[in-house]
Design a protein around this ligand. Structure first.
Ligand code: GDP
Ligand code: MG
Length: 333
């Protein structure tokens, strides 16, 4: 499960000040006379500072412990944000939250000792000033957390404890069609870093009450990896941390727009990068192979050393066979 699913975005400093000041002034304590006035000021300071302190703490608490999250999510985090800067920023908010509470206690205790209305007002203004100054001091950290919030929302909700079938292959070879064919139910779209369309996430029944995730990765595993920048590569290779296998979809008819040769290059690249995973080549579009006998022969010659299965995602031919093979491979996970 995505450990960043529930993270909160801190409001801008200006807004924290505003919300807290307004909560402070909302003190309902009325009455006339010195002790009423003192109680009112104490109440105002307490409400104001508890509010800003709680806002900061709720952000800190919404984050998972970065030292105990799964490697897959850690890699994705690293592709989107600076982990040390994130830790530092959360630490700064936590510090500010505690410090504001400490100042609150000091000022309330001074308020208790005075019976001078002018002094009371001075103490209240001091509380506002000190709270503002602390919030100003952590403004860069607050802004950093605001900035990465929308980035971290791109982390998908993928289970790391069940096996995955990860689809790879060049565009238009039939990855999404095969994902739909082998998934029970309709696959859902989930966000993923460096993708515009996100992932297609389906589920597959392995029998014996076990499930696998089916992950179609448009834009991720569909061209040679050496054309990727470092962060992009990290988001891609995060997938290595997921238990499971790779299905590489190859279109021998070249109606996808890529030559068999180009597709073989990507296959070699993917199989090297994910060498510790099982890989099945899915030879797709069998329904129209008859129109491209030379291409099909060329493909089969290239494929020595690879396990492959022939299918047509369009007609469903060979799909049962593919599902059976996947179930066998995932039995040991
Ligand atoms: N003839 C034929 N066309 C297919 C087959 N599988 C997919 N296609 C077509 O190929 C195109 C690309 O398929 P899609 O699943 O979107 O490929 P993706 O880009 O790899 O996800 C679509 O027009 C599909 O209808 C197949 O088995 N036979
Ligand atoms: Mg697709």
């Amino acid at each position: 499960m995505n450990p960043f699913e529930k993270i909160l975005r801190p409001p801008e400093v200006e807004r924290i000040v505003d919300i807290s000041a307004r909560r402070g002034m909302r003190s309902s304590r009325g009455g006339v006379g010195l002790s009423s006035a003192r109680r009112r000021e104490i109440d105002r300071v307490r409400r104001m500072m508890d509010t800003s302190s709680a806002i900061l703490m709720s952000v800190v608490r919404s984050y998972p412990n970065l030292d105990s999250i799964d490697r897959f999510y850690l890699d994705l985090l690293d592709s989107l944000a600076d982990r040390n800067k994130l830790k530092h920023s959360l630490g700064a908010l936590s510090w500010a939250s505690t410090t504001i509470r400490k100042i609150k206690r000091e000022i309330i205790s001074s308020l208790r000792q005075t019976s001078d209305p002018v002094e009371m007002e001075r103490l209240r203004n001091m509380a506002i000033a000190r709270m503002n100054s602390i919030l100003r001091r952590i403004e860069p950290e607050i802004n950093y957390l605001r900035d990465i919030y929308s980035e971290l929302r791109k982390i998908p909700d993928i289970r790391t404890d069940i096996p995955c079938v990860i689809l790879s292959g060049m565009p238009n070879t039939g990855k999404s069609s095969i994902t739909q064919r082998i998934s029970t139910g309709k696959p859902e779209v989930a966000p993923y870093p460096f993708t515009t369309k996100g992932l297609l996430l389906g589920h597959m029944d392995l029998g014996n009450f076990r499930m696998a995730q089916v992950i179609d990765t448009p834009g991720l595993l569909d061209r040679p990896l050496n054309r990727r920048n470092k962060l992009e590569l990290q988001a891609i290779t995060a997938l290595k941390n997921l238990p499971g296998i790779i299905l590489f979809v190859l279109d021998p008819t070249e109606t996808c727009g890529y030559s068999v040769r180009e597709q073989m290059n990507v296959l070699r690249d993917i199989s090297k990068t994910f060498s510790e995973k099982g890989l099945i080549v899915v030879l797709n579009k069998k329904d129209i192979w008859g129109d491209f006998p030379d291409k099909v022969r060329e493909t089969l010659a290239f494929l020595s050393g690879y396990e492959y299965i022939e299918v047509s995602a369009l007609t469903g031919d060979g799909i049962d066979n593919l599902i059976e093979r996947i179930r066998n491979l995932l039995r040991s996970f």
